[in-house]
Write a protein that binds this ligand. Structure first.
Ligand SMILES: N[C@@H](CCC(=O)N[C@@H](CS)C(=O)NCC(=O)O)C(=O)O
Length: 185
């Protein structure tokens, strides 16, 4: 089994942590946008290959790895909804980052401004939730950590005034698997 991805992607980071947590024999292979454009139907990373079996989204890959090791994947609907919400914010933040990298100015476009507002207001919402809800399910918690850490790594948003989220991230930063999967400087 092989998992392809980049070392800076927050989606890939979550998958890499789950590979380590579950003791999976999956081999991690670095893949850039050019390789994923040829290899994955979504042209995104991560993706997984096991013979003819292909998975093309971090969520299905994590579900597969967890269930293969006898663990459930986000069984509670409210936890799953929070996981989807974090993914929505992450998708918007990543798209804005990639669009700006390719030369588009998000301040000049109404829909892109809406994406930026979604990220800011989504962070406000997450910040208003009790920490125990954010940490109730291990994959929701990990996805949140990967999102917040990526936002700091790429300077995409500030956690000033969001002390609860900052504390969660500081605690996550002490986790050895989180440290081991830190994006390269
Ligand atoms: N829903 C996907 C999102 C993956 C994703 O957006 N990956 C980014 C890297 S962080 C990517 O490969 N983007 C390339 C592109 O948009 O062309 C997942 O959870 O795996």
């Amino acid at each position: 089994m092989q998992v392809f991805g980049s070392l800076t992607s927050p989606y890939v980071r979550h998958v890499r942590i789950v590979i380590l947590q579950t003791g999976s024999s999956a081999e991690f292979i670095e893949a850039d946008a050019a390789k994923s454009a040829l290899d994955s139907p979504t042209k995104k990373v991560p993706y997984l290959r096991e013979g003819d079996f292909v998975l093309s989204d971090s969520s299905s890959i994590i579900k597969y790895l967890r269930e293969k090791s006898g663990e459930p994947f986000i069984p509670k609907t409210k936890d799953y909804d929070l996981f989807c919400l974090i993914n929505t914010l992450l998708d918007s933040a990543i798209n804005l980052f990639l669009l700006e990298k390719s030369g588009l100015n998000s301040n000049e476009n109404g829909y892109l401004k809406r994406q930026a507002a979604r990220v800011e207001e989504g962070i406000e919402y997450l910040s208003s939730l009790p920490p125990k809800i954010l940490a109730h399910d291990k994959d929701v918690h990990l996805r949140l950590m990967c999102f917040l850490a990526w936002g700091q790594f790429r300077n995409r948003f500030s956690l000033n005034g969001h002390d609860k989220l900052k504390k969660l991230l500081d605690e996550g930063d002490k986790n050895p698997l989180f440290l081991q999967t830190h994006p390269p400087a």
